[in-house]
Write a protein that binds this ligand. Sequence first.
Ligand code: NAP
Length: 298
Amino acid sequence: MAIILDGNDLSQEIRSELKLELNKLLANKRSPKLSVILVGDDPASSVYVRNKEKACSDVGIITETFNLESTSSEQELIQLVHSLNTNPNVDGILVQLPLPDHINEIQVINSINPSKDVDGIHPFNLGQLVQGNPIFVPCTPLGIQQILIRNNIEISGKRVVICGRSNIVGKPIANLLLQRGNGADATVTICHSRTRELASIIAEADILIAAMGQPNFITGNMVKPQSTIIDVGINRMDDPTRKRGYRLVGDVDYASVVDNVFAITPVPGGVGPMTITMLLNNTIKSWIRTNNLSGNTA
Ligand SMILES: NC(=O)c1ccc[n+]([C@@H]2O[C@H](COP(=O)([O-])OP(=O)(O)OC[C@H]3O[C@@H](n4cnc5c(N)ncnc54)[C@H](OP(=O)(O)O)[C@@H]3O)[C@@H](O)[C@H]2O)c1
């Protein structure tokens, strides 16, 4: 039976550490502040934003959420971002994605001041990551690296296979684990929907990171025995036995994989909670940088 890499427990541990760190450094300074922009009324996005607000408040980060109409223009949104960029009391700016179709996501991301880009998705921050000198690392990749490090899963020299090449997960986690130094030094392969002989590549993975959005795609006969499996996927499957009519499953068929591997993240309760925890980490990191303090964050 595999070790279950529990993201809820680890998140609680890291959040307690962040809270302690913040209390130690706070003295009579202003508290860290995260500004969140939510455009429209997509129910899933609203739930994500509420979860982020609650998690921030639990560790002592102030949040301020701007709810813009779904009909708001790109210009209005960028103007709001600019005003937050120059507000000295704001440490982090988070634009909840996806945005309505009439707004160009790239233009909006590019308008965020990179030193407040706690989601780590501005090209400056992605470029720093590629150079091996990251400032803000995107939250899901940073959370995955923390799961591996804090569970003592060796990364150095290991063959890491990533299924998925998105800008928020696949590409940044590849660059993060490819860096020199602790918690990295992996040999990385990125796969996508055009990859040939995917099964034979997956079978070689010491660490497999599945971020495809394909429910239960990876099955027990595909994985390398004694490997570590990180399941990033969050997929809704109809389930009439549940009150809400669906359940969440990952990209990995947990039931058939769990007995064949060394360690695995569950869905839900694996990578998901770590993503929010790394947002807290990055916001506190930004506040530490603004105040010229030295403190411990990932
Ligand atoms: N736990 C969390 O906090 C968290 C955070 C972010 C995302 N997610 C979840 O992670 C999953 C991926 O999201 P994302 O935004 O990173 O990805 P995305 O933008 O949806 O892209 C999916 C990637 O998977 C590749 N792919 C799709 N089908 C494939 C197949 N059959 N074989 C190989 N590759 C395939 C695609 O290849 P092409 O590029 O060729 O199309 C693409 O690169 C989703 O379920 C999402 O909900 C979870």
